[in-house]
Design a protein around this ligand. Structure first.
Ligand code: SF4
Ligand code: F3S
Ligand code: FES
Length: 248
C-alpha cells in the first residue's frame, strides 16, 4: 500500500544551498532513487542527481541518506518508518556541482597516480600463469564499483581537506595493495604506498569497510596487509640492512 513520505533534500551548488522539504508518494518495493525520480517528475524538475544502472553496479548514485553514505538505488524505502523524515544530501567530502551531484574528480586524479600493472617485460600474452589462491585474493578487490563511498567516509579526508594532497584514500590504497599482492607485478610498491599515497595516515578505523556496498574487506584484506609489508621493509633490521647494502 502506498503512503506519503516526508523528504528533505539538499538543493544548491558549491556556493550556497538549503534543505528543502517535500511530501511525496511512496509505493511498495520502491528505493530512495525511485522517490528522487518521482520528485523530478512531479515537483522538482530541475533536481540534479547522478545515476545509471539502478542495480547497484555503476557506482553513480552515491549520496548520504540521514547522514549515512549510501547508494540511492540500493536503499529500500521499507528500511524507514512511514512517519520518518528522510534527509538526502550530497557526499560531503567532494565539492557539490548541483543538488545531489558532486565533483568526484579527486578520485580520478588519485587513480592516475597509481603505477599501472607492470608484468615482466619478456612475458608474452598467453604466458601469464597464476595460482588460484592469488586470483581469488585480487578477485575480491575487483568487485569495486568505484562508488567512492569509502573515499567519502574516511575521516582522513572527510574532516581534513588539507590531507587530500597527500592521501589517496582507501579505494586507491586498496588498488596499490592489489597490485603489490599480484604475483606477476614486478614493481615494488611499498615505498610509494607510504610516501606517495599516504598509507601512514590510515589509522585502521574501518569506516571505509563498513560503507562498502560490495562488502569488500578493504581494511582487513588490503590496508592492513599493505601496512605489514611496508613495516616489514622499513622496520625489520635485517631487511633494513639489506636495503642499505643492496639499495633495491
Ligand atoms: Fe565503493 Fe567499496 Fe569500491 Fe570503495 S571499495 S569505491 S566503497 S565499491
Ligand atoms: Fe580511513 Fe579506512 Fe583507514 S576509513 S583511516 S582508510 S581503515
Ligand atoms: Fe548504479 Fe545506483 S544507479 S549504483
Amino acid at each position: 500500500m502506498g503512503y506519503k513520505a516526508q523528504f528533505r533534500v539538499w538543493r544548491g551548488d558549491d556556493e550556497s544551498g538549503e534543505l528543502r522539504d517535500y511530501v511525496i508518494e511512496v509505493n511498495e518495493g520502491e528505493v530512495v532513487l525511485d522517490i528522487i525520480h518521482r520528485l523530478q517528475a512531479t515537483q522538482a524538475p530541475d533536481l540534479a542527481v547522478r545515476w545509471n544502472c539502478k542495480a547497484g553496479k555503476c557506482g553513480s548514485c552515491s549520496a548520504e541518506i540521514n547522514g549515512k553514505p549510501k547508494l540511492l538505488c540500493m536503499t529500500r524505502m521499507s528500511t524507514f518508518t512511514e512517519d520518518e523524515v528522510i534527509t538526502v544530501t550530497p557526499m560531503r567530502t567532494f565539492p557539490v556541482i548541483r543538488d545531489l551531484v558532486t565533483d568526484v574528480s579527486f578520485n580520478y586524479t588519485k587513480a592516475r597516480e597509481v603505477q599501472s600493472f607492470s608484468p615482466p617485460p619478456d612475458l608474452k600474452p598467453g604466458e601469464y600463469r597464476m595460482q588460484q589462491v592469488d586470483v581469488e585474493r585480487s578477485q575480491e578487490f575487483r568487485k569495486c564499483i568505484e562508488c567512492f563511498l569509502c573515499q567519502n567516509t574516511c575521516h582522513v579526508i572527510r574532516d581534513h581537506e588539507e590531507n587530500k594532497e597527500a592521501f589517496s584514500g582507501p579505494r586507491f590504497l586498496m588498488r596499490v595493495a592489489e597490485l603489490e599482492m599480484h604475483p606477476l607485478d614486478t614493481a615494488d610498491r611499498r615505498d610509494a604506498a607510504q610516501d606517495e599515497h599516504g598509507l601512514g595516515y590510515c589509522n585502521i578505523t574501518k569506516c571505509c569497510t563498513e560503507v562498502c556496498p560490495e562488502h569488500i574487506k578493504i581494511t582487513d584484506n588490503a590496508l592492513i596487509p599493505m601496512k605489514e609489508r611496508v613495516a616489514g621493509r622499513r622496520y625489520d633490521p635485517v631487511v633494513w640492512l639489506g636495503n642499505k647494502l643492496f639499495r633495491r
